[in-house]
Design a protein around this ligand. Sequence first.
Ligand code: 6R9
Length: 647
Amino acid sequence: MHQRDRVEAATFAAKANINREQYEQLCAQAVQDPDGFWAGLAQRLHWYRFPTRIRDVSYDLRDFRIRWYEDGVLNASVNCLDRHLDSNGDKVALIFEPDDPDAPVQKLTYRELHARVCRLANALRNLGVGKGDRVTIYLPMIPEAVVAMLACARIGAVHSVVFGGFAPQSVADRIADCGSKLVITADEGLRGGRRIPLKANVDAALKLPGTHSVETVLVVRHTGAAVPMQMPRDRWFDAVVDGQPDSCEPAQMNAEDPLFILYTSGSTGKPKGVLHTTGGYLVWASYTHALVFDLKPEDVFWCTADIGWITGHSYVVYGPLANGCTQVIFEGVPNHPDVSRFWQVVDRHQVSIFYTAPTAIRALMREGDAPVRATSRTSLRLLGSVGEPINPEAWRWYFEVVGEGRCPIVDTWWQTETGGILISPIPGATDLKPGSATRPLPGIRPALVDATGTLLEGEAEGNLVLLDSWPGQMRTVYGDHQRFIDTYFKTYPGMYFTGDGCRRDADGDYWITGRVDDVINVSGHRIGTAEVESALVAHPAVAEAAVVGVPHPVKGQGIYAYVTLVAGEQETEELRQALVAQVRQMIGPIATPDVIQWAPALPKTRSGKIMRRILRKIAEDAPEQLGDTSTLADPSVVDALLRGRPR
Ligand code: 6R9
């Protein structure tokens, strides 16, 4: 990147919480006095017992452990609610913007949110949910979703939020994996005027094997649709919550007690239950939210992520509420009722910090500048991006059209596994570069390695690793600690492997290039190729399937599937549609294949391994980049696939 492409931090710096010098001091302190630095971060929170053992980490496989603040005792909901009541009880915590812009906006103060959380927490306790029990939350983006998460945290139950776009099979898999005792759902969700049959999906999920652990289903009445209730399993949320006391004794949790499980896709067919613990996660969510977003007491923060993703956990629920911030939660979509919706909501609620995904930016950019210019957006002072690399063109549009050149953009790199942001500009302290997540946060030690694990110095491109732990790091894969170690710590001994490729430029700034494993990033959502493949081969007509990601102008990556049929089956349009429907029905609409190409055979090595590198190039229609095909068992397969590309 050239000098002229830098956007200087200077204009924002005058009002920023920290300047470049202070940022550099923090980075230096984290190196010189790590215990002092990390203990200092913990002071952001309320502890029943402040930790004396700050950090105990070893990535050495013979003696592997990750523990932070391990003798500390706290409660996450107390930090997000009770702590603010005396000074800020009447401050608005949540502004709920419904899908339908004409439906009433709801505002909940910290005091009201606290009361709602306590009522549900009491109800959950009465239903026999206690410390360590798992609760699955399958809700739309409504206030009850936030209430449900915090109510679990209050009593020490471990929540597992499942995105409302997932199909019954995916819901069932996630319930079965963690053995949830209780499910919280709604009659229906609303997205862009469409109804999402959440309760019906739960009913279908609970008919599937492995879900017998569920004793109770709480159903929020949201759209008012008539849904069958199966007694005594199903209970109306209102009915169990009404009349409960609006205070509730919080469970005292050890810092290393689990706070939540969140499933994410990896390179095998089975999603991983990423487990985060209470103390370190909350410290990191709260610290990064305040630091990266230059948070001030008068800000109105809006993160558009759904709570079904980690971004919704850290930057809708735990970070903003731990910081006592006012924020918008939005049930709808960017293009309903029209493509000005995001900016209308910004104006309506005077949003000052706006955080979204590149896919949304690109989709709106295609609609031109007019729908943006039709709104004022003068309340905005800072913009954020997360979920996938943001291409410089989209960055510039976001900066110049949405932010009118006034608002820095924080391009925040992180993962479900990292709990919070690890690499990002600090507004006012870091010069911005369109397309680069720039620098690590204080205390974070990224590095690049080549395929053999050798550390690369200076300007380089390689695989992104982290040399040391941070408090928000995941602690295990639920129920499969060996998988945690194998996935993240075996590839490069002594380091955490992110699964991302990355370039570091001559200034030392980081440019994430995308996943280097079998994970596709569709609109910022991680989808394992193996998950889509197993949904395809579950169809009786399919013999074999191979799925790769292809560049997509809006979604970042699209899903391209090669399908080989069993002998005698016909390659028809009906079958193609049936296969698309099969994937949607088994995983959910987010995994919808963009292209299904019939493949008489797949390119395989002599040992039978599918060569995805070649399939990616065929999907991109880049035969000149195919590279060496001589190791293929049958090189003629490649020509057949190139000729067979659907147009
Ligand atoms: C927070 C979140 C993680 C993967 C990650 C990377 C990609 C996220 C990014 C980014 C480039 C950014 N990613 N933020 N790539 N620039 N600012 O998205 O978590 O759903 O687990 O996805 O997303 O590939 O490894 P998660």
